[in-house]
Design a protein around this ligand. Structure first.
Ligand SMILES: [Zn+2]
Length: 547
């Protein structure tokens, strides 16, 4: 044997997730790794032949071995900083609790010029209780901007509005608005792109703050078996920070990026900017390959766009890009060989996105574009076959398929009975042969992959059993399809399945060993799965104590 491996993993139940592999049996026992890459996959006997005295031997002790997990829709940089450096409101259930958290944060951070917060629940809290005065009372005379967990709603105080110039007579920003009092002055609550309007004056994080937060969360993600992410909204400064983190040796996730395109800005300069970003950032660790479009908002605040008006009040929202602009912008980015990554919540936004992609294909011819629609909260059944036909990928946050009493009442009344049957229809999309990914959309909700995976399989809460309530059971998926959505399909969606996403010779040794075999346990235990060892390019980035 001429080739000597740096590392070998033996005695594993290796599910390679390569084309043709199935859920029923592991495909291999062992892996040989040299210089970041996998050089052989086989049984213990075959692979030990690659070992020499210098080779590190990792005994998987019969545990499940999978390709490293990839989260293909996540706000990694922003949420790392938001959760690391601001008041965190995810747990607050009452206004008093929210205010207490902000007050404590404000007192602990006397030097911060602005008070920032994140994570209030937009179903529990509305413009009724989130007034600017309530926030004035806990921020010690400083301006404050607090964002909801969905990042589509916000809350600011009097001084923040003053600094941003939001007054009685000021106009509403494009694709957003401020809740107003009768006299026209801002009330406190902020909708959609009005948040960007406030962000112009609220200081963002310093690069050092972003880097510090990301170093922390890279490790936390490796602990969960994650080796790759797709940052769902990265401006140029984020790419620069990812690159700096990589040069420092602290980036232990492969990062692909998509960058937001604005409807009120001219096409050509935005296209030029993305082309230049793509040229500058193109490594297997940090790169940009995609243009992000928001076609609508979210259901909870009434900004989702539907094919037919809402069932509760007969209203509808508007698309954030007109149909002609969608086809113009989509065609232009598609022509320059960018992936399109489209935020679509309502079935009207889904259809408009599919129409736009179809128009781009008519204009430019089809290519291996792998355009993807993210969220897909409700899809008209007649549009489902179009995913396969157009080669469009579907990116689901399956944690959100869990039953949630208050939210379900709101959504089901808004949609009516018939449409409510088509909530997050991942099962039907897989049945109709569409390529589907599972992802977190963190900080909107947790990044824990095995909670997200279990939710997609059961469509029940994590503490459920076989008799518990199920949300639209017809769209459940198999364990194997869920794992595909975090491995090979995720790599496909991030345009890196040539080098990651499965355990195959020639690919990077991004590999995770897990404490339990998710294919052979109760589906209700999947969320308890822990990583024992995570390798990125053959390098250990996490090892559990005792393993
Ligand atoms: Zn997102």
């Amino acid at each position: 044997m001429t080739i000597v491996a740096d590392k070998i993993i033996i005695n594993g139940r290796v599910h390679t997730m390569a084309a043709g592999s199935t859920a029923s049996a592991p495909c291999a026992q062992a892996i040989a790794i040299k210089d970041e890459k996998i050089i052989a996959v086989g049984d213990d006997q075959q692979i030990t032949q690659y070992a020499h005295t210098s080779t590190q031997i990792i005994d998987a002790k019969g545990h499940l071995v999978l390709p490293g997990l990839q989260d293909t829709h996540i706000h990694f940089q922003l949420s790392s900083a938001d959760i690391y450096h601001s008041a965190v409101l995810y747990e607050a259930e009452t206004l008093a609790q929210a205010l207490a958290i902000i007050k404590e944060f404000s007192e602990k951070n006397p030097l911060k010029k602005w008070i920032r917060g994140v994570g209030f629940d937009p179903v529990l809290f509305t413009e009724k209780e989130l007034t600017k005065e309530a926030l004035d009372g806990v921020t010690a005379g400083r301006p404050a901007l607090i964002l909801a967990s969905d990042y589509h709603n916000g809350w600011a105080n009097s001084l923040a509005f003053e600094l941003a110039g939001v007054k009685v007579e000021s106009r509403e920003p494009e694709n957003g608005r401020f809740a107003r009092l009768n006299d026209g002055s801002p009330k406190g609550f902020i909708y959609e792109d009005a948040i960007w309007y406030m962000n112009r004056v609220a200081p963002s994080y310093t690069d050092d703050e972003l880097l510090e937060a990301m170093s922390h969360y890279c490790h936390e993600f490796n602990k969960q078996g994650i080796t790759g992410v797709l940052d769902a909204m990265a401006p140029r400064s984020y790419l620069k920070n990812y690159s700096t983190l990589h040069k420092r040796g602290d980036l232990s996730l492969r990062v692909r990026c998509t960058s937001k395109i604005f409807s009120h800005q001219a096409l050509q300069p935005q296209l030029d900017e993305l082309i230049s970003m793509r040229e500058e950032y193109n490594s297997d660790m940090v790169s940009l390959h995609s243009a992000k479009f928001f076609l609508d908002g979210v259901m909870e605040n009434g900004t989702a766009y539907f094919i037919n008006p809402r069932s509760d009040n007969g209203e509808n929202s508007e698309l954030m890009f007109s149909p002609s602009k969608i086809s113009e912008y989509f065609s232009a980015f598609d022509k320059e060989k960018f992936q399109l990554h489209v935020h679509t919540i309502g079935d009207g936004a889904v259809r408009a996105a599919l129409d736009g992609i179809e128009a781009a294909q008519l204009n430019n011819g089809s290519w291996d574009s792998r355009h993807q629609l993210a969220h897909l909260q409700v899809v008209d059944p007649t549009d489902i076959p179009r995913f396969k036909q157009l080669g469009v990928l579907a990116n689901f946050q399956t944690l959100w398929t869990q039953p949630d009493k208050e939210n379900d009442i709101l959504i089901n009344t808004m949609l009516g009975k018939k449409r409510s049957q088509w909530l997050y229809p991942i099962g039907e999309l897989i049945k109709q042969d569409a390529t589907c990914m599972l992802s977190s959309d963190w900080g909107v909700s947790t990044y824990e992959p095995f909670s997200i995976i279990q939710s997609g399989i059961t469509r029940q809460t994590l503490d459920a059993n076989v008799n518990s309530e199920v949300n639209t059971a017809q769209h459940r998926i198999s364990v194997f399809d869920a794992i595909k959505g975090y491995t090979i399909n995720a790599a496909h969606a991030a345009w890196r399945d040539d080098v990651t996403g499965s355990i195959e010779v020639g690919k990077y040794a991004d590999v995770v060993i897990l404490n339990q075999d998710v294919f052979n346990i109760s589906v209700y235990d999947i969320h308890k799965t822990q990583a024992l060892l995570t390798l990125l390019g053959g390098k250990q980035v996490y090892r559990a104590q005792g393993f």
